[in-house]
Design a protein around this ligand. Structure first.
Ligand code: ME8
Length: 655
């Protein structure tokens, strides 16, 4: 297989540009890792790539965050941008362009596009009467509000607005948008989101307000400086600025349209799949190849992970945890976080982030499957072949079928943005290779003097490891070269090219170089023990802080309900825990984990009407997801269950 770099078009991939009111978290990292992986894969295929990311700085919430920090908006933005540069540097993001909307070139293009559309009649001046959500930077209609005053996205109160403003004639493009999205199934992805977008547009689009009164932070409307261009209009134009629109025609001709635009599902329907393509249609420009709306990382309670919702996961802290628990290097830890986010959840769906799952994957996939194959093979090559890859005889090529399958699965995964396919295919191949070592037992071949077979078997295994390194290198850009080094390929200056993703490309004469294990194993029992200890300490600390009063409102936040225990069972490997099935009068009974197994047998619980904290955040305890908590008396250990003393219906509120 060979792909020539004949395609003159630059492969153009973008992430959203992120607001600079705060430093990046796992959500921003996720989109950027995915774009980075696409860029690296396309480069390996010989394409000229433009991978762009950046920051969206002209938002009202940036001004407010700056005020809170006692800085002016530009100084504040500069500071957060540094945090982005640092974070992306540490995560090995290989972007070609980091755009800031405060750059002069961009501000010029925004003003120019605005003027162009104004002249064409696609932008017009009118009165805006409605609502604005500052945290989401979104204009809202009355009928979109929750409880008449809250934002439907973030739930916070909106601000009323009545002012002269400019509007973009989005409504003129609804038929064209539906036609294009229908005609080109890849334009809006994944399919489920595409359908949502189509029904959103089919309901009819209204024109969008694209200015606000000038507050001094943003791009002024050309010729009407009392107004300022709306932050979303400004931000979307970044994709044109990066491509050279309006100032570098040669670059623009080579780059436009974007091949892949990645965004989170929250900014797909309204912005990237509607206003954005409508602006492009109004400008007479070609639409992107694919606009993909991926899912969210959510916390255990199902909430989107974001600073404004009070939950953040810091990828650096997760990497540090890996280093602390395993002793791996920083690069390996970062690659492992990249691997985890792409492997754990199908791109497009939501996923629950869990440090324990990250550590578990590190152990199971990376240390056991990949690390183990490498660590057991290299000593065999040293012992039996003098550490050097030898010319295999006709018996080699036993894993050809499995290699070919993994390569085509990886290609499909990278090209269809179905990233999970890449590791899944590669790990099937690793499983075959590990089994192959066990079955062909090189140590026996050596003992019985079967030299030709031994050389062929070891060649096949090394060759398979080489292909796996190539397949995962866009995802794990520092681990793959380390494997390359240990295989002796770096020493021979063998390039990592996708063209070599086929069997038999390992050069004879390569000298393997064993290093320290890339993925040292984690003691998961110790990790669990420590987590339990920490939880206990936190509880004790809370208890020792003296009795604090709570208000009636705080008490009313507790949703206490009567639950009938339908079933109870022990949790394997945990002698204090019972797994309960409890009817709370809902459609489905809930599963609850209770630490009462040493005081109560499962039979004593079945049929009891216990009191349940029904709105407690779900938690995974010993691998079982617990959706609530039952109440019992006893400070250190449960001595009596709290039950209803006469019969009542499951789900009855406890007040
Ligand atoms: O929306 N899970 O910027 P932003 C997955 N400036 N992805 C997440 C996430 C989560 N929990 N949280 C955030 C903006 N993201 C605008 C964009 S583009 C012209 C303007 C990712 O800082 C996801 O990609 O709020 C989402 O689209 C982006 O961060 C939003 O970042």
């Amino acid at each position: 297989m060979s792909v020539e770099a004949t395609d003159a078009k630059t492969f153009y991939v973008t992430t959203p540009i992120y607001y600079v009111n705060d430093a990046p978290h796992i959500g921003h990292t996720y989109t950027t890792v995915a774009a980075d992986v696409i860029a690296r894969y396309q480069r390996m295929r010989g394409r000229d790539v433009l991978f762009a990311t950046g920051t969206d700085e002209h938002a009202e919430k940036v001004v407010r965050a700056a005020e809170a920090a006692g800085l002016d908006a530009q100084a504040f933005a500069d500071r957060v941008v540094t945090a982005y540069h640092d974070a992306w540097g540490r995560m090995n993001m290989s972007y070609d362009r980091f755009i800031r909307t405060t750059e002069d070139v961009h501000k010029g293009i925004v003003a120019r596009v605005f003027a162009q559309l104004l002249e064409k009649g696609d932008i017009y001046k009118d009165q805006y009467q409605g609502w604005y959500c500052v945290p989401c930077e979104t204009y809202l209609r009355e009928d979109e509000l929750v409880d008449g005053r809250n934002c439907p996205d973030c739930g916070r109160p909106v601000e009323e607005m009545a002012q002269d403003a400019y509007f973009f004639r989005t409504s003129a493009y609804d038929d064209d948008l539906v036609r294009e999205i229908d005609r080109r199934p890849k334009l809006v992805q994944p399919d489920t989101r595409r359908n949502e977008v189509l029904s959103f547009i089919r309901q009819g689009l209204r024109d969008n307000c694209v200015t606000r009164l000038n507050t001094g932070w943003g791009v002024p409307v050309p010729g009407d400086e009392g107004h300022m261009i709306y932050v979303w209009f400004d931000a979307l134009i970044n994709y044109l600025t990066v491509a050279g629109y309006g100032y570098d025609d040669e670059k623009f001709a080579r780059t436009w349209p974007p091949d892949v635009q990645l965004v989170g599902k929250d900014i797909l329907p309204r912005f990237h799949a509607t206003i954005w393509p409508a602006i492009l249609m109004a400008l007479g420009l070609e639409l992107p190849g694919t606009i993909f709306g991926h899912g969210w990382w959510v916390s255990a309670g199902g909430d989107k992970i974001s600073k404004s919702r009070g939950k953040v996961v810091d990828p650096q802290a997760e990497a540090e945890l890996l280093i602390e628990e395993s002793g791996c290097t920083t690069d390996v830890a970062i690659d492992s976080v990249r691997y985890y986010v792409l492997r754990e959840v199908p791109f497009g769906q939501d996923g629950t982030f869990s440090s324990e799952a990250l550590l578990g994957r590190f152990n199971a996939d990376l240390a056991n499957d990949l690390g183990n194959l490498l660590n057991r093979t290299l000593p065999l090559v040293e012992r039996y072949l003098g550490g050097e890859v030898r010319q295999p005889g006709p018996g080699a090529g036993c894993l050809t079928e499995q290699v070919t399958a993994a390569v085509s699965r990886a290609e499909r995964g990278y090209e269809e943005l179905d990233f999970r396919d890449v590791p899944e295919g590669a790990w099937d191949l690793l499983a075959s290779a590990n089994k192959f070592v066990d079955e062909r037992a090189p140590w026996d071949l050596h003992k019985t003097g079967k030299k030709v077979e031994l050389t062929a078997v070891l060649y096949d295994i090394l060759d398979t490891i080489r292909v796996v390194a190539l397949l995962i290198s866009p995802v794990m850009p520092t681990v793959a070269p380390e494997i390359w080094r240990q295989l002796g390929l770096e020493e021979m200056a063998v390039e990592m090219s996708w063209d070599d993703c086929e069997v038999g490309q390992t050069p004879v004469g390569a000298k393997v170089e064993r290093g320290r294990p890339i993925f040292p194993r984690i003691d998961m029992a110790r990790v669990r023990q420590r987590a339990e200890q920490q939880a206990l300490q936190a509880q004790e600390q809370e208890g020792s802080q003296g009795q604090q009063m709570i208000s009636h409102e705080q008490f009313q936040e507790l949703d206490l309900r009567v639950g009938r225990v339908l079933d109870a069972d022990r949790v394997e490997g945990a002698d204090k825990l019972l797994k309960l099935t409890v009817d709370l009068g809902e459609e489905q009974p809930r599963t609850l984990v209770a630490g009462v197994a040493q005081q109560f047998g499962p039979r004593e619980l079945i049929g009891q009407n216990v009191v349940v904290v029904a709105n407690l955040e779900p938690a995974t305890i010993h691998g079982v997801q617990s959706q609530g908590m039952i109440l019992a008396a006893g400070e250190k250990e449960p001595v009596a269950l709290i039950v209803a003393d006469r019969d009542c219906q499951p789900g009855e509120k406890v007040t």
